[in-house]
Design a protein around this ligand. Structure first.
Ligand SMILES: [Zn+2]
Ligand SMILES: [Zn+2]
Length: 330
């Protein structure tokens, strides 16, 4: 497919809900960050009446349906319902999500295992195109999102992973715009093509717009594509900006078919590896938390997450820095 990689953020808030920036300020910040597209997802409100382009930045209409039992992003069309939303159980979620999909929306399960505002109903059967595996600054809840998503892939479900900064404002001087960034391969930067690419899983999620990129291919196939299985099938992975101690892993289902831990900074790293099984192929860069860093992250999670949590997550031993959607092998 002809196309380009476009950097974006699927999940942002403005002063039209509880964000700190006005829409025009958010747009200025996203342009300064080098983004190609953003989706404006205020709580229970479509802030913009339709998608548009602002000096090359595609601004996509969205809304975060926000109720106690879990949050759902609705992208690309106005939500065909008015708040307050009554969504008491999984059936009610399925109904409103399907109604949005029928209206042409792309539908995403947000931060499903967030220890503060994750889902309080079962999510396995909900009709979602995407799941927000990485929400806001990296922390242990995202590891649980990843575990659920990989379980869905192993079951053969084509549900695409995305990242969302859930931007409300900067925190303690940290620039939270596009942390993480979703980098999407699309024909062009129109709202329809960006959303189609998100649904198809033609995306890589990485920490910030300028950090590591992972290009994973099998022959001409890229992320989201399906290739026929054959004996001797080979994949290729090219990674940029691998930091010391960070580890690239390529998975064929459960099996690690390639791993490489950088001893020093590597501007690029290229690998070839066999694809021995039908199923899927995906790549991920992890960093292990040493005792010191684990204490710092554990302290921050305990301070900011745990007081409002029903089930605070234990601090992870490793976190991911970037990951791809799968290439399907059938
Ligand atoms: Zn939310
Ligand atoms: Zn949000």
């Amino acid at each position: 497919m002809e196309g380009k990689w476009y950097r974006g953020d699927t999940h942002t808030h403005t002063t039209n809900s509880d964000g700190h920036l006005r829409l025009y300020q958010l747009i200025d910040r996203c342009k300064a960050a080098g983004l190609d597209w953003i989706i404006v997802t205020d709580h229970n409100k479509n802030t913009i009446p339709q998608s548009y382009s602002s000096d090359g930045l595609t601004v996509i209409q969205g809304q975060e349906i926000t109720v106690y039992n879990g949050h759902v992003n609705i992208w690309g069309v106005k939500v065909p319902a008015e708040p307050p939303y009554e969504i008491p159980d999984a059936d009610a979620y399925a109904a409103i999500m399907q109604r949005c999909a029928d209206a042409g929306a792309t539908v995403c399960l947000n931060h499903p295992f967030c220890s503060q505002c994750g889902f309080r109903v079962p999510i396995d059967g909900l009709p979602a195109d995407c799941v927000e595996v990485w929400n806001t600054i990296q922390h242990s809840d995202n590891v649980r999102n990843m575990d659920w998503w990989v379980g869905q892939l192993k079951a053969g479900r084509h549900i695409a992973a995305v990242g969302g900064s859930d931007y409300h404002g900067d925190i303690a001087g940290i620039d939270m715009i596009a942390m993480p960034t979703t980098i999407t391969f699309a024909k062009d930067n129109s709202p329809a093509e960006i959303l189609a690419a998100l649904r198809a899983g033609r995306s890589v999620i990485t920490n910030k717009p300028g950090t590591s990129m992972i290009e994973l291919t099998v022959g001409d196939a890229i992320l989201g594509d399906t290739v026929p299985f054959s004996a001797g099938l080979t994949g290729k992975c090219r990674v940029t900006k691998l930091l010391p101690g960070f580890e690239l892993k390529v998975f064929n289902n459960d099996r690690v078919v390639y791993s490489h831990k950088a001893k020093r900074y590597e501007k690029t790293h290229t690998a070839m590896f066999p694809v021995p099984e039908r199923g899927f192929l995906r790549a991920q860069i992890d960093f292990r938390l040493g005792a010191g860093l684990k204490r710092v992250i554990g302290f921050a999670e305990h301070k900011y997450l745990a007081p409002r949590c029903e089930h605070p997550a234990p601090t992870a031993d490793a976190l991911f820095w970037a990951f791809t959607n799968p290439i399907w092998i059938e």
